[in-house]
Ligand binder design. Structure first.
Ligand SMILES: [Zn+2]
Length: 205
């Protein structure tokens, strides 16, 4: 496929995924569902070790079933997200630019955060989501490039200077630019810029 455009995809910060086309998958509703699964867990292992023999067996069965449901739910969400991204790439004849996998963990763990948020960012199956995108891309003839993750969340997509990121917001530190806006959107744009450079090894300078 002849590609002229690039879709940048930013994984795993405030949103599960955000594209440079301003499409995002908010983790909030999904997270509530996942929290529900994990909240029900702590009391069960206790019962599973203290109850009568049949209680113990039942608790083990419930625990097993919960983790199965949670996994299926995650599979389903990741399949949906990756399908939409691939479909968009096909329709716009774009290649997809994504961050290196190692970068996801580093960047989501960068700042000290509360336990719940840490569990969330580490738990979501970004690895799986990335694999789904790559797998479907091969199947559909869409090109994927990996982008070094080091500065994507700290770089301003307008002027390429460093900026400050706090949660959902990004602010460029360059006084002549001063771009402010959605941090995930900025991240996806920076990934897209990198993708464009990779995509045009001859033309750009
Ligand atoms: Zn700027």
């Amino acid at each position: 496929m002849e590609t002229e455009n690039v879709i940048g995809v930013d994984f795993g910060r405030r949103e599960i995924a955000k594209t440079s086309h301003k499409q995002g998958w908010d983790g909030y509703n999904l997270q509530q569902k996942r929290d529900k699964y994990s909240r029900r867990r702590p009391s069960l292992p206790k019962k599973a070790s203290q109850g009568t023999r049949s209680t113990r067996r039942r608790c083990r069965q419930i625990l097993k079933r919960l983790s199965g449901r949670e996994k299926r739910f995650q599979n389903w969400v990741n399949h949906n997200i990756s399908s939409v991204i691939i479909e968009q790439a096909k329709q716009t004849r774009s290649l997809i630019a994504m961050e290196n996998l190692t970068g996801i963990r580093e960047s989501t763990n960068q700042q000290p955060r509360n336990k719940q948020e840490k569990r969330r960012s580490n738990n979501w199956a970004f690895h799986q989501l990335r694999l789904f995108v790559e797998y479907k891309a091969i199947k559909e003839g869409v090109e994927v490039v990996a982008i070094p993750a080091a500065y994507t969340s700290k770089t301003c997509h307008k002027c390429k200077h460093l900026g400050v990121r706090s949660n959902k917001n990004f602010k460029c530190s360059n006084p002549e630019c001063g771009w402010k806006g959605d941090a995930d959107f900025n991240g996806a744009q920076v990934i897209k810029l990198w993708g464009c450079t990779v995509n045009q090894p001859r033309g750009s300078w």
